[in-house]
Design a binder for this molecule. Structure first.
Ligand SMILES: C[S@@+](CC[C@H](N)C(=O)[O-])C[C@H]1O[C@@H](n2cnc3c(N)ncnc32)[C@H](O)[C@@H]1O
Ligand SMILES: [Zn+2]
Length: 320
């Protein structure tokens, strides 16, 4: 982690200024610690400052992301159309935030809930320096080497309910597919707005309320209580059997429809079917919202120029 990031960090416990501890001398710190005047100390491991303890409710991501999905997801192929994960990321960023990467260059940008940093990788290629924050300590440390020696980007382990940033620090904040997985999405959103500069823009994407989740809403109270290893086996069986059954005339197409209703869409690659299954059925929290509900948060936070987007439930607003 580079020294320049100290200018936006603050102790999440007492809001005091943070400095590197006496034994931490380098400009780009790989291992050391951060300290405030009240002696609150936070380790830096593998270039990632670690601010918060990991929460039990987030175990699903800490389990799924690094173990099952080590390495990039394969090209997504659906009914003959191929999309790479990079193309998907670019499309999602454009349609869920409304931000143009060019306006982010040279600004303070935060990806809240970055996981393995797919949006960070995309934006870095567009010349954007960016800070990623996530609760998953292991995942961030696994990915931090990609940013080594870089002046403009950093990964920081912290909780959205205990952010280690000074108020009014960022020009742009986005949080895509994250808030609905926290115990209090609106509070997490308000915490992010606090870190936004006046005139800064924030964009979020959360799961939409839609009729096709009725069955999975009924199943999730069961699946989220299963041990993750058992859910993984169940997912393996379902997503593997899916493929041969599809070839049965008349039954196959109906199966695709049924599986779509229970939120396991058909993808030619097994890894993607499995990803969809685990991502939907494992996380403890999965709130869903309408665009009107999200707009009400933005209004309550005093944001202006609120724009809602057609991609799921997503919106952008500006702080005054
Ligand atoms: C579905 S993933 C989305 C990752 C990324 N935004 C993307 O679209 O690829 C949700 C992420 O939110 C993170 N997360 C959940 N609760 C969090 C919290 N309270 N503070 C920080 N990160 C959190 C999880 O660790 C996980 O990486
Ligand atoms: Zn402190």
């Amino acid at each position: 982690m580079q020294t320049r990031f100290l200018q936006i960090l603050s102790c999440p416990k007492c809001r005091g200024k943070l400095t590197f501890s006496a034994d931490t001398k380098e400009e780009d710190v790989e291992n050391g610690s951060l300290l405030c005047a009240n002696q609150h100390c936070f380790p830096i491991k593998n270039s990632v400052p670690l601010f918060s303890k990991e929460e039990g409710y987030n175990k699903a991501f800490a389990y799924i992301h690094p173990h099952l999905f080590c390495g990039p997801l394969p090209t997504l192929e659906f009914r003959g159309t191929k999309t790479t994960i990079e193309e998907l990321t670019q499309k999602e960023f454009a349609e869920q935030t409304g931000f143009n990467p060019r306006e982010l260059r040279g600004k303070w940008v935060l990806d809240a809930g970055c996981s393995g940093g797919r949006f960070i990788s995309f934006l870095r290629k567009q010349g954007v320096g960016i800070i990623g924050v996530d609760l998953q300590s292991g995942r961030l440390q696994q990915c931090a080497h990609k940013f080594k020696g870089e002046l403009a980007s950093a990964l920081i382990q912290a909780n959205l309910f205990e952010l280690p940033f000074l108020e009014n620090s960022f020009d742009f904040i986005f949080s895509l597919g994250v808030l609905h997985h926290t115990p209090d999405p609106k509070e997490a959103f308000m915490n992010l707005v606090r870190c936004l500069k006046k005139g800064g823009k924030i964009a979020i994407w959360v799961y939409p309320k839609e009729p096709r989740t009725v069955i999975s809403d009924f199943l999730r109270p069961i699946t989220t209580r299963l041990p993750l290893s058992l859910l993984l086996v169940l997912g393996f069986v379902i997503t593997t059997l899916y493929s041969p059954f599809l070839k049965i005339p008349r039954i196959g197409p109906r199966l695709v429809h049924i599986f779509y209703r229970i939120r396991i869409p058909w993808h030619e690659q097994w890894k993607w079917r499995m990803h969809c299954f685990m991502d939907w059925y494992a996380p403890k929290y999965q709130f869903k919202y309408t665009n009107e509900e999200i707009r009400a948060w933005f209004e309550e936070a005093g944001l202006i120029n609120i724009q809602s987007f057609a991609y799921g439930t997503s919106a952008q607003g500006t702080k005054v």
